[in-house]
Structure formats: structure tokens, C-alpha cells
Design a protein around this ligand. Structure first.
Ligand SMILES: Nc1ncnc2c1ncn2[C@@H]1O[C@H](COP(=O)(O)OP(=O)(O)OP(=O)(O)O)[C@@H](O)[C@H]1O
Ligand SMILES: [Mg+2]
Length: 298
């Protein structure tokens, strides 16, 4: 089992009547790219703010690297807030030197990091001349100074055009490949689906669901079956052990199986019970449908 980097324990934040975060529980392991997914106002930024110690929890807490947060553990965490702040009239390199000084890390890292985020050629341009995409990449560069073990990103692609979005996503994947754990808040399902290994879905400050992104996709494979006599089919399906559940949609049945069994197994088993199917196909739910359903049912 991989090392637990962050363990969140009943973390709660109320603003007067507003329950921004409610008793959140979550474990994040080394190397995860963990997406915190939820609609506007679901408590994503509040959660990240508490993890970064800029917002005081109402109750509950968390441990970083198995310990109560300390000044030392903070140094292992890099972050970008929604609107990165840099001095507009200073160049990229001068801005990063200021960040390096605050973080007490050597300037010599700066060039490499600028290369990593693709801004080395533009290092002497003033920040105010940077495009939104470049600004966001500079923010990532600042977060990467000091060799953090964890990166916390709040809506990293907000306000970017498709190319800028693709660049930031590629960069996140590259950073994660170095073994840095990433926690990323997003209201974009597509972003989480494309970049994250794990996801926690929030709504109204409550966790609706969390898990491995690919497992979520597998778990939601449903098989459509139908035959001339639907009642006989139902009776047969009821006797199959590896069927987890099924439901009827008009004249077809939507069946979920154990992880170990496939469409082939189902077909074979029904055939052995004397049932000839006139329809058999797989319906793979996307995380999107799953997400929307979760929100509808909550
Ligand atoms: N400083 C504050 N004072 C009062 N209420 C707040 C404060 N900050 C956040 N809230 C409320 O807490 C709830 C969660 O807000 P939060 O910013 O964490 O959501 P979010 O998921 O990050 O949303 P978005 O996708 O819009 O960034 C919202 O109802 C918001 O209005
Ligand atoms: Mg937010």
C-alpha cells in the first residue's frame, strides 16, 4: 500500500448558516492525482483553504504525512490559489526570485523550473505582458519552487482557452509523473476525467462519493439484455450469482455484474438455462452521467 500523504478527518467549516464543508473524510496516497469535483459553491476552495491553513476549520482536522500539520510539513506543499499574485512590472525571473526568497530555496532552481513550464525563453518579459496561460504556468512554476511533495491546485485551467487548458493539463501530468502528489479542485468533470487518478465528488459541502477514476468507470458498466419472454429472463437472471443487480428499462433489462465476470459469461449462463437473447450489448456509463446522477439523487 502506498504511503498516506493526507488524511482528512471529519473536516467541517460553517460560515454562519452556510455549511460550506461537512464532516469530510478522505485519504490521499503518494502519487495520486486527486480531483475534488463539485459544482460552484460545493466547498472545494474552502476545503483547500483549510488544508493550506489559510481558513480555520470549525471542527475536525487532517494530518499531513501521518502527523499534525507543522511548519516543516507546510514546506513540502506547493499551491496555487485561484488568482495567482505577481508583481506586474517585474519580469518572470524576478518574480520567481521573490518567491524563492520567501520559500528560502536557492535561485539556481529557477531556470530549470522555467524550462519545465515552458517559460524559459520569456523569462525576461514583464509579468503584465504575459497571457493568461503564461500567468498560470508561472504560478505553477512558483508552486514548484522548493521541490514540494504535494501540489494543491484550485481550478488550474479557469479562464484559459483550449490550447492553454491542454498545456496546463499536460504539465500537471508531467509533474505527477515525477511522483508529486496532486490535489486539484475543479468544477469540470472532463478535467478530472482526463487528468486525475482519483476523484471525490462534493455537493453542498458533503462528500457524495470518492474512489479511483478508472474503477468508477468499470463499476458503471451495465449490460443490456432482452429476450422474447422478459419474465422468464428475469427469473433466470435472479438465479445467477454473479449478477449484482438489474433493473428494467422498457423491454430491456440493465444488468450489473461482479467485477470478475463479463458479458460473455452472462450470455453463456443464460444460454445454458435455455434462454436465447434477442439483444445483448454493453452500456458504459461515463463519469459524467455518474456525476450527474449523483447530483440528482442527493
Ligand atoms: N468567506 C466566506 N464567508 C461566507 N461564506 C463563504 C465564504 N467563503 C465561502 N463561503 C460559502 O461557502 C460555500 C462553499 O464555497 P467554496 O468557495 O468553497 O465553493 P467552491 O466549490 O470552491 O465553488 P466554486 O466552484 O465557485 O469555486 C458557498 O456557499 C460560499 O458562499
Ligand atoms: Mg472555488
Amino acid at each position: 500500500m502506498k504511503e498516506v500523504v493526507l488524511s482528512i478527518n471529519k473536516l467541517t467549516k460553517h460560515y454562519g448558516q452556510v455549511k460550506a464543508v461537512q464532516s469530510l473524510e478522505l485519504d490521499i496516497h503518494k502519487g495520486d492525482i486527486y480531483g475534488i469535483l463539485g459544482p460552484n459553491g460545493s466547498g472545494k476552495s474552502t476545503t483547500l483553504g483549510m488544508l493550506l491553513d489559510v481558513i480555520n476549520p470549525t471542527s475536525g482536522g487532517y494530518t499531513w504525512f501521518g502527523q499534525e500539520p507543522t511548519h516543516e510539513s507546510r514546506k513540502k506543499i506547493g499551491s496555487i490559489l485561484e488568482h495567482p499574485l505577481f508583481y506586474p512590472y517585474l519580469t518572470a525571473i524576478r518574480n520567481l526570485r521573490l518567491v524563492a526568497a520567501i520559500k528560502q530555496t536557492p535561485y539556481k532552481e529557477i531556470d530549470n523550473i522555467l524550462k519545465q513550464v515552458g517559460l524559459f525563453e520569456r523569462r525576461h518579459s514583464k509579468f503584465r505582458t504575459y497571457s493568461y496561460g503564461m500567468r498560470q504556468r508561472l504560478a505553477l512554476a512558483a508552486a514548484l519552487l522548493g521541490n514540494p511533495e504535494v501540489l494543491i491546485l484550485d481550478e488550474p485551467t479557469n479562464g484559459l482557452d483550449p490550447q492553454g487548458i491542454a498545456e496546463i493539463r499536460e504539465l500537471i501530468t508531467k509533474v505527477a509523473a515525477q511522483g508529486i502528489t496532486i490535489i486539484l479542485a475543479s468544477h469540470l468533470l472532463d478535467e478530472v476525467q482526463k487528468t486525475c487518478s482519483h476523484v471525490a465528488v462534493l455537493e453542498n459541502g458533503k462528500k457524495l462519493f470518492s474512489g479511483n477514476v478508472s474503477e468508477v468507470l468499470n463499476e458503471t458498466v451495465q449490460i443490456e439484455v432482452s429476450s422474447a419472454d422478459l419474465e422468464t429472463l428475469k427469473t433466470a437472471i435472479n438465479t445467477i450469482e454473479f449478477v449484482k443487480s438489474y433493473k428494467q428499462e422498457e423491454n430491456i433489462l440493465l444488468v450489473r455484474l461482479d467485477d470478475k465476470n463479463t458479458v460473455h459469461d452472462l450470455n453463456k449462463c443464460l444460454f445454458e438455462k435455455g434462454i436465447i437473447l434477442n439483444h445483448l450489448s454493453q452500456r458504459k456509463k461515463t463519469l459524467e452521467k455518474y456525476f450527474l446522477e449523483l447530483l440528482e439523487n442527493s
